[in-house]
Ligand binder design. Structure first.
Ligand SMILES: C[S@@+](CC[C@H](N)C(=O)[O-])C[C@H]1O[C@@H](n2cnc3c(N)ncnc32)[C@H](O)[C@@H]1O
Length: 227
């Protein structure tokens, strides 16, 4: 899928990528870093920062931006994080080496961390640091068997439903629902009504939140604690 990918400079100075086959970008053109921090770190990871260990499932590793922000947060907060990410169409090294995310982050270790995640072997448990354990799977969500009752938070960061409907199919959300622990959250930039109905149909409690940057809304799917 990664043929003829091109770079776009977002309004916040961070890169995103454009996939011509899908006519879709990897992030909001208004600001990749700002969008990722808001949707996945602030409205996802940080809700669980009081836990001894947070287990994250990411759908779509892509540029590795969400993963880098999460690793940096793990070190900043001394928070143990186990990060599982799926990516069936990895970007080439030629592309990932040019992404400017590490240069825009205050944390000087960002460049080395970013490289280590991109270089990491697939399908293996890799302890990247005392606080950050990493698993990268070269698989689609449709093709992956997920462990049950495991994750605290799911970063659902697939391309939009009108570009890749198969990733937003009900069976995928059933699978994610059973892989999440009680009290966990699926967080995503997407606010599409049909997607929200699918979340409800598989058992999530759906909440609409203010979206990132100029986007009106985003979505949480909550797997509630039993009453
Ligand atoms: C919106 S982009 C990813 C964003 C990524 N989190 C980032 O920060 O760059 C969506 C990603 O989902 C991946 N993808 C495509 N089809 C998929 C599938 N069936 N299952 C899981 N991921 C998929 C794409 O290759 C792409 O990297």
């Amino acid at each position: 899928m990664s043929t003829d990918i091109s770079f776009i400079l977002c309004s916040d100075g961070s890169h995103t990528l454009y996939n011509p086959e899908l006519n879709e970008t990897y992030h909001s053109k208004h600001g990749a870093i700002q969008e990722s921090i808001y949707v996945y770190i602030e409205k996802g990871l940080l809700l669980f920062k009081g836990l001894v260990k947070v287990t994250v499932l990411e759908i779509g590793f892509g540029t590795g931006l969400n993963a880098l922000l999460t690793w940096n947060k793990a070190e900043e907060l001394n928070l143990k994080i186990e990060y599982h990410t799926l990516e069936p169409f990895p970007l080439s090294k030629e592309i990932t080496d040019q992404l400017n995310y590490p240069l825009l982050m205050e944390e000087p270790a960002s460049a080395e961390r970013f490289k280590r995640m991109h270089d990491a072997a697939w399908e293996e448990r890799i302890e990247l640091s005392e606080y950050f354990t990493f698993y990268k799977y070269k698989s689609t969500l449709e093709g992956k068997t997920l462990p049950v009752d495991t994750f605290n938070v799911c970063y659902f960061d697939a391309f939009a439903p009108n570009r890749q409907a198969e990733v937003w199919a009900e069976d995928n959300f059933k699978k994610i629902f059973s892989s999440l622990k009680e009290g966990s959250i699926l967080t995503t930039y997407c606010a599409q009504a049909a997607f929200r109905r699918t979340l409800k149909a598989v058992g999530f409690e759906v909440e609409s939140l203010k979206g990132p940057l100029y986007k009106k809304e985003m979505t949480w799917g909550r797997k509630s604690n039993p009453k």
